[in-house]
Design a protein around this ligand. Sequence first.
Ligand code: GRF
Length: 192
Amino acid sequence: MRIAVLVSGSGTNLQAIIDAGLPVSVVLSDRPDVVALDRANRAGIPTVVVDRNQWMPDREKFTQAVIDALVPFSIDLIALAGFMTILSAGFIDVYPGRVVNTHPSLLPAFKGAHAVRDALAAGVPETGCTIHYVVPEVDAGPIIEQVVVPVEADDTEDTLTERIKAAEQLVYPRVLARLIAERTASDPTVGG
Ligand code: GRF
């Protein structure tokens, strides 16, 4: 079973996935010079950069470049972990039912790139994180697991983000480990 983790930033979720001993075969970033790539390098995991600036706004071409970059790694499962470029539907066609994401809200509440800010602005008493399958519509795929995180009265976007990320770092590796175990059990051609 071979996982690709797609990142754009600090890579704390990637680190949790690595620390859980999950079989990460490649880390792909949509931009150079991010801490997530350092984390992969330190763990001896191959890295690939498909620079969004080289392709965007042509989302189809960017997505095709990501697909092409992953081919040599024979990937079974894709984990988006803070990946900040929306992939076009063709990506899901290549990896049907095999792309998962972590989103920092209790979906379907607060979809999109500013979920923590939006939850704070809405004044909700609790928010959280959602691990879900990726479908073409952003943040709308089947939910796999959610964790509730309280919003404190004095929270800023930063403090709330950190509390949610701590929850993600616990639940995301656990969910991925379960998916790998299920898929390995149901497909005898997939190695452990
Ligand atoms: C996570 O909170 C994720 O839900 C959001 O971006 C953050 C990524 O953090 N989309 P990191 O790069 O894993 O530290």
